[in-house]
Ligand binder design. Structure first.
Ligand code: AMP
Length: 194
Protein backbone atom coordinates (compact mmCIF):
# COMPACT_ATOMS: atom_id res chain seq x y z
CA UNK A 1 0.00 0.00 0.00
CA UNK A 2 1.45 3.31 -1.09
CA UNK A 3 -0.07 6.52 0.13
CA UNK A 4 0.71 10.19 -0.27
CA UNK A 5 -0.53 12.32 2.59
CA UNK A 6 -1.06 16.03 2.01
CA UNK A 7 -2.14 18.51 4.65
CA UNK A 8 -0.71 21.46 6.58
CA UNK A 9 1.18 21.28 9.86
CA UNK A 10 -1.22 20.49 12.69
CA UNK A 11 -3.78 18.79 10.44
CA UNK A 12 -3.27 15.39 12.05
CA UNK A 13 -1.13 13.69 9.42
CA UNK A 14 1.22 12.36 12.10
CA UNK A 15 -1.62 10.84 14.15
CA UNK A 16 -3.31 9.29 11.15
CA UNK A 17 -0.03 8.00 9.70
CA UNK A 18 0.78 6.29 13.01
CA UNK A 19 -2.56 4.47 12.83
CA UNK A 20 -1.95 3.33 9.26
CA UNK A 21 1.52 2.10 10.20
CA UNK A 22 -0.05 -0.04 12.96
CA UNK A 23 -2.89 -1.28 10.85
CA UNK A 24 -1.17 -2.06 7.55
CA UNK A 25 2.46 -2.63 8.56
CA UNK A 26 3.66 0.11 6.25
CA UNK A 27 6.41 2.60 7.06
CA UNK A 28 6.04 6.34 7.32
CA UNK A 29 8.61 8.21 5.28
CA UNK A 30 9.16 11.87 6.04
CA UNK A 31 11.51 13.69 3.67
CA UNK A 32 11.96 16.35 6.39
CA UNK A 33 13.28 13.66 8.78
CA UNK A 34 15.53 12.16 6.11
CA UNK A 35 17.01 15.56 5.32
CA UNK A 36 17.52 16.42 9.01
CA UNK A 37 19.34 13.10 9.47
CA UNK A 38 21.54 13.88 6.45
CA UNK A 39 22.33 17.34 7.83
CA UNK A 40 23.27 15.89 11.22
CA UNK A 41 25.44 13.23 9.60
CA UNK A 42 27.18 15.88 7.52
CA UNK A 43 26.71 13.77 4.37
CA UNK A 44 27.07 15.38 0.92
CA UNK A 45 23.27 15.65 0.67
CA UNK A 46 23.15 17.13 4.16
CA UNK A 47 25.78 19.72 3.32
CA UNK A 48 23.84 20.80 0.25
CA UNK A 49 20.49 20.89 2.06
CA UNK A 50 21.55 22.60 5.28
CA UNK A 51 21.46 26.28 4.30
CA UNK A 52 18.19 25.99 2.39
CA UNK A 53 16.50 24.22 5.30
CA UNK A 54 17.72 26.81 7.79
CA UNK A 55 16.06 29.50 5.67
CA UNK A 56 12.83 27.53 5.46
CA UNK A 57 13.16 27.12 1.68
CA UNK A 58 12.64 24.01 -0.39
CA UNK A 59 15.56 21.68 -0.96
CA UNK A 60 16.19 21.01 -4.67
CA UNK A 61 13.95 18.53 -6.44
CA UNK A 62 17.02 16.59 -7.54
CA UNK A 63 18.16 15.94 -3.96
CA UNK A 64 14.72 15.15 -2.57
CA UNK A 65 13.74 12.87 -5.45
CA UNK A 66 17.11 11.13 -5.10
CA UNK A 67 16.77 10.37 -1.38
CA UNK A 68 13.13 9.32 -1.74
CA UNK A 69 13.72 6.98 -4.66
CA UNK A 70 16.59 5.32 -2.76
CA UNK A 71 14.58 5.06 0.42
CA UNK A 72 11.58 3.30 -1.13
CA UNK A 73 13.89 0.55 -2.41
CA UNK A 74 14.77 -0.52 1.15
CA UNK A 75 13.39 -3.84 2.38
CA UNK A 76 11.21 -2.27 5.11
CA UNK A 77 9.16 -0.66 2.33
CA UNK A 78 8.07 -4.03 0.95
CA UNK A 79 4.58 -3.74 2.51
CA UNK A 80 4.27 -0.17 1.39
CA UNK A 81 4.76 3.33 2.73
CA UNK A 82 3.16 6.61 3.56
CA UNK A 83 4.89 9.61 2.05
CA UNK A 84 4.74 12.59 4.36
CA UNK A 85 6.19 15.89 3.16
CA UNK A 86 6.74 14.56 -0.36
CA UNK A 87 5.89 15.52 -3.08
CA UNK A 88 6.14 19.24 -2.32
CA UNK A 89 6.41 20.37 -5.95
CA UNK A 90 4.75 19.28 -9.19
CA UNK A 91 8.17 18.18 -10.49
CA UNK A 92 8.44 15.82 -7.50
CA UNK A 93 4.91 14.51 -8.07
CA UNK A 94 5.72 13.78 -11.72
CA UNK A 95 9.04 12.16 -10.80
CA UNK A 96 7.23 9.94 -8.29
CA UNK A 97 4.74 8.86 -10.96
CA UNK A 98 7.62 8.06 -13.30
CA UNK A 99 9.59 6.09 -10.69
CA UNK A 100 6.55 4.02 -9.74
CA UNK A 101 5.41 3.42 -13.30
CA UNK A 102 8.87 2.14 -14.15
CA UNK A 103 8.37 -0.49 -11.45
CA UNK A 104 4.87 -1.20 -12.77
CA UNK A 105 3.19 -0.01 -9.56
CA UNK A 106 1.14 2.99 -8.61
CA UNK A 107 -0.02 4.97 -5.61
CA UNK A 108 -3.05 3.49 -3.88
CA UNK A 109 -4.29 6.82 -2.59
CA UNK A 110 -3.45 10.49 -2.44
CA UNK A 111 -5.21 11.88 0.58
CA UNK A 112 -5.44 15.52 1.59
CA UNK A 113 -6.54 16.43 5.09
CA UNK A 114 -8.57 19.60 4.75
CA UNK A 115 -8.58 21.87 7.79
CA UNK A 116 -9.98 25.23 8.74
CA UNK A 117 -6.86 27.36 9.18
CA UNK A 118 -8.58 30.03 11.29
CA UNK A 119 -9.88 27.38 13.70
CA UNK A 120 -6.41 25.82 13.96
CA UNK A 121 -4.82 29.18 14.74
CA UNK A 122 -7.49 29.77 17.43
CA UNK A 123 -6.71 26.38 18.93
CA UNK A 124 -2.96 27.08 19.03
CA UNK A 125 -3.53 30.57 20.48
CA UNK A 126 -5.80 29.15 23.17
CA UNK A 127 -3.34 26.40 24.08
CA UNK A 128 -0.63 29.02 24.45
CA UNK A 129 -2.78 31.26 26.66
CA UNK A 130 -3.66 28.28 28.85
CA UNK A 131 0.02 27.34 29.18
CA UNK A 132 0.93 30.91 30.17
CA UNK A 133 -1.94 31.05 32.70
CA UNK A 134 -0.81 27.74 34.21
CA UNK A 135 2.79 28.96 34.42
CA UNK A 136 3.94 26.23 32.03
CA UNK A 137 6.85 26.73 29.66
CA UNK A 138 5.78 27.89 26.20
CA UNK A 139 6.41 25.83 23.13
CA UNK A 140 8.21 27.79 20.45
CA UNK A 141 6.27 26.12 17.63
CA UNK A 142 3.03 27.13 19.37
CA UNK A 143 3.78 30.76 18.73
CA UNK A 144 0.70 31.73 16.68
CA UNK A 145 2.75 33.93 14.35
CA UNK A 146 5.28 31.21 13.63
CA UNK A 147 2.45 28.75 13.14
CA UNK A 148 0.64 31.10 10.74
CA UNK A 149 3.80 31.49 8.70
CA UNK A 150 4.19 27.71 8.45
CA UNK A 151 0.59 27.42 7.24
CA UNK A 152 1.02 30.08 4.58
CA UNK A 153 4.29 28.54 3.43
CA UNK A 154 2.73 25.11 3.28
CA UNK A 155 -0.18 26.41 1.21
CA UNK A 156 2.11 28.20 -1.21
CA UNK A 157 4.34 25.17 -1.62
CA UNK A 158 1.76 22.45 -1.99
CA UNK A 159 -1.25 24.12 -3.62
CA UNK A 160 0.14 23.24 -7.09
CA UNK A 161 0.70 19.64 -5.98
CA UNK A 162 -2.92 19.28 -4.80
CA UNK A 163 -4.05 20.91 -8.04
CA UNK A 164 -1.95 18.44 -10.07
CA UNK A 165 -3.54 15.41 -8.42
CA UNK A 166 -7.02 16.96 -8.37
CA UNK A 167 -6.90 17.73 -12.09
CA UNK A 168 -6.11 14.07 -12.73
CA UNK A 169 -9.05 13.03 -10.53
CA UNK A 170 -6.68 11.32 -8.10
CA UNK A 171 -7.01 13.49 -5.00
CA UNK A 172 -9.19 12.31 -2.11
CA UNK A 173 -10.13 15.02 0.35
CA UNK A 174 -10.89 14.21 3.98
CA UNK A 175 -12.34 16.68 6.45
CA UNK A 176 -9.54 16.94 9.01
CA UNK A 177 -11.66 18.93 11.48
CA UNK A 178 -13.66 15.85 12.44
CA UNK A 179 -12.78 13.65 15.41
CA UNK A 180 -9.60 11.60 15.07
CA UNK A 181 -11.67 8.39 14.85
CA UNK A 182 -13.94 9.79 12.17
CA UNK A 183 -10.97 10.94 10.10
CA UNK A 184 -9.56 7.40 10.42
CA UNK A 185 -12.86 5.91 9.27
CA UNK A 186 -12.95 8.20 6.23
CA UNK A 187 -9.38 7.23 5.35
CA UNK A 188 -10.17 3.52 5.77
CA UNK A 189 -13.18 3.93 3.46
CA UNK A 190 -10.98 5.53 0.79
CA UNK A 191 -8.41 2.76 1.07
CA UNK A 192 -11.10 0.07 1.00
CA UNK A 193 -12.63 1.58 -2.13
CA UNK A 194 -9.21 1.23 -3.78
P1 AMP B 1 9.23 19.12 7.17
O1 AMP B 1 9.73 18.38 8.37
O2 AMP B 1 8.41 18.27 6.25
O3 AMP B 1 8.53 20.41 7.54
O4 AMP B 1 10.52 19.54 6.31
C1 AMP B 1 11.54 20.33 6.86
C2 AMP B 1 12.33 21.01 5.74
O5 AMP B 1 12.93 20.02 4.90
C3 AMP B 1 11.49 21.85 4.81
O6 AMP B 1 11.33 23.16 5.30
C4 AMP B 1 12.33 21.84 3.53
O7 AMP B 1 13.43 22.72 3.65
C5 AMP B 1 12.87 20.44 3.54
N1 AMP B 1 11.99 19.50 2.81
C6 AMP B 1 11.27 18.46 3.34
N2 AMP B 1 10.60 17.80 2.38
C7 AMP B 1 10.88 18.43 1.20
C8 AMP B 1 10.51 18.24 -0.14
N3 AMP B 1 9.65 17.24 -0.50
N4 AMP B 1 10.99 19.10 -1.09
C9 AMP B 1 11.84 20.09 -0.75
N5 AMP B 1 12.25 20.33 0.51
C10 AMP B 1 11.79 19.52 1.49
Amino acid sequence: MKIVFLGPPGAGKGTQSARLVQKYGVVQLSTGDMLRTAVQAGSPVGLRAKAVMEQGGLVSDEIVIGITSERIEKSDCANGYILDGFPRTVAQAKALDAILSEKGVQLDAIIELIVDEAAMIDRITKRRQDAVAAGQPERKDDDPNVFKERLVKYREDTAPVSAYYRAAGRLKAVDGMQSIDQVSRDIDAILAAG
